[in-house]
Design a protein around this ligand. Structure first.
Ligand code: HEM
Length: 355
């Protein structure tokens, strides 16, 4: 059984709010999930996963918001100016999706300097599906140290430069709250969150969309519905953690300040009160208006909703639209690859000239 099958099983036995293991509570009920994320009663520490770093939460909040918006705008302007990188006639996925997105946005992430090659390695060591298993813990630790050191040096060097050319300039312009080494390390990890979001999350969403469209007979639908339905059925960001700051109850389950509360979009999106036939990929439901928008949180919910949600969907839609007619998919597996992000099963994509 993979992790998702365990969760399905626990949900079936205990209902939509249950303990996954001691100290970890899963929330699959749509209303409870949105209440946790909205945090209107200040029951949880206020943060999103995006700004969570190994040295604590990057802040203050206005700096988070400034960085989020500036990063999204930079990527959006870059996308409007650039041509989509071509796919090989035969490509192996989901890696091909991650590499495609990375190539499309590499110049916007880091436009110059030796750091480009180090960030290339981050992609291979930490972003691709199963990256942890593909590299030894030692080589990952060595790379982490090198990347962190190089990013901190570069961010400090770029402070006070003129018009931002890339994401590192955007981050250096905002700067950390204080000039401690710890604060610069936090900022360097925020840069890596952006790399993961662009090459990892957007790459996997593209992978899911291609996989589902290519393996579902007659799933002929507009790209907008395909991307939304893919992010409903297999949300890449499938769980988001929150830390309670006071005891309370979720459903009938008591929550203590020692628990971690995990909102599970995967479960929320399969609630059959909102989604008829929830386990089926049916893009048409978005056209027919048969949607449970109240139970749709692939980009989070409330104050920390993804600042780039619309942009990410648009990019994946644009790429789907540009696939030449006659492409097809050969699946190698049928279960998702479950890690921090939910990656599609591996498959081969053949374009018409790759027969
Ligand atoms: C398919 C692609 C993406 C998915 C599935 C995704 C998903 C999410 C989710 C679920 C959250 C909320 C996390 C939480 O509440 O703990 C979030 C927040 C965020 N995302 Fe995305 N994201 C994507 C792409 C991007 C991109 C390309 C950017 C680049 C700018 C980005 C920037 C952010 C930021 C800055 C936040 C934090 C918002 C805040 O705390 O105010 N995301 N994302």
């Amino acid at each position: 059984m993979d992790e998702l099958q365990v969760i399905d099983d626990l949900r079936g036995r205990y209902g939509p709010v249950f303990r996954r293991r001691p100290g970890v509570l899963y929330v699959g009920d749509p209303a409870a999930a949105k209440a946790v994320l909205a945090n209107a009663e200040s029951r949880y520490r206020e943060h999103s996963d995006f700004f969570y770093t190994s040295k604590g939460i990057f802040g203050p909040r206005h700096a988070q918001q400034e960085i989020g918006r500036a990063a999204r705008n930079l990527l959006r302007d870059h996308w409007a100016r650039s041509a989509v990188v071509a796919l090989d006639p035969v490509s192996r996925w989901p890696d091909a999706g991650n590499l495609l997105l990375y190539k499309c946005f590499r110049d916007a992430l880091v436009s110059r300097g030796d750091l480009r090659h180090l960030v290339d390695q981050v992609l291979r060591h930490a972003v691709l599906a199963g990256a942890r298993e593909r590299r030894s813990p030692l080589s990952r630790a060595v790379l982490r140290t090198r990347v962190r050191r190089a990013l901190v040096t570069e961010l400090i060097r770029r402070q006070g430069h003129g018009e931002p050319e890339d994401l590192l300039d955007v981050l250096a312009a905002t700067g950390p709250a204080d000039s401690s080494h710890r604060a610069w390390v936090q900022l360097s990890e925020v840069f890596l969150s952006c790399v993961f979001a662009v090459a990892g999350s957007m790459g996997f969403l593209l992978g899911w969309s291609v996989y589902l469209l290519g393996t579902t007979p007659d799933a002929d639908a507009d790209p907008g519905s395909v991307v939304r339905e893919a992010s409903r059925l297999w949300p890449v960001a499938w769980n988001f953690g929150r830390c309670p700051v006071r005891p309370h109850e979720l459903g009938d389950v008591p929550v203590t300040v020692h628990d971690e509360v995990v909102v599970c979009s995967y479960l929320v999106h399969r609630d059959d009160r909102y989604w008829p036939d929830p386990d089926t990929f049916r893009p048409q439901r978005w056209v027919d208006g048969m949607t449970g928008a109240e139970a749709f949180i692939p980009f989070g919910w409330g104050p920390h909703t993804c600042v780039a949600a619309g942009f990410a969907i648009q990019v994946v839609e644009d790429i789907l639209r540009r696939l030449p007619p006659g492409w097809h998919v050969e699946p190698h597996e049928h279960r998702p690859q479950v890690a921090a992000a939910l990656a599609p099963p591996s498959f081969t994509l053949r374009l018409p000239d790759g027969r």
